[in-house]
Design a protein around this ligand. Sequence first.
Ligand code: 5RP
Length: 265
Amino acid sequence: MDWGLQNRLSRIIQPEDGRTVMLAVDHGYFLGPISKLERPRETIAPLLPYTNAVMLTRGILRTCIDPNTSVPIVLRVSGGNSIIGEDLSREGITTCVEEAIRLNVCAMSLSIYVGAKYEHQTLMNFAHLVDEGQRYGIPCLAVTAVGKELEKRDARFLALACRIAAELGAHFVKTYYCDDFEKVVQGCPVPLVIAGGPRLETIYDVFILAHDAIARGAIGVDMGRNVWQAEHPVAAIRAIRAVVHEGATAEQAAKLFDDIKAGKA
Ligand code: 5RP
């Protein structure tokens, strides 16, 4: 791996333990101002000290993130659709590699829609992005998107999507946790991080999700709604950090969460 590319990747995936806690705040690119992300600056700022990288679009980066930050940026570069549009899979590349360089990002991310109407278009988008990333030393993160079909998130589908992403040259992949997650990990020769998905019933469920994903081979999380839509987002991300970086169990994370809430940690 070229030095620049490896250096960027190592700012996201911590060399000390090979793990990462990424914060996803890119949802507005097709969902608009969803709950708790109406004013991104206010949502993001308190969480930044506890994240290893933040994933977002250039618009939110420029308007809502202090350029003095040292937190690595993962730039979402796919879009061109909306939740009320014809088909969520109909994405293009929304910017160019020069913009990614100008913004000093550590990776570019793009959704692939395996099995969807515009599958081919999104896979070719990703292949093109990898070529551009390789040229300038910028790692590419593939997001195995499922659109509105959340029930698609099983091991057979995700293993297929993650493997295709890796075959096209992904440096790491964002996917969902599922039963038999080991099968997804085994079939994918590059590191996997998991999304949180729509808000889970309890914060304890989030800690279980993070714990089980790490135990079964994910190298980290790239979570959004289950962090910033939680009742106590800072306590939530700090407890998730303990799971990812310190090997905490879900129970230990829940205890830490309660202690942070109570001002005891
Ligand atoms: C959709 C995305 C997101 O916009 C986002 O990153 C998902 O994060 P979460 O599910 O944890 O809210 O990648 O494909």
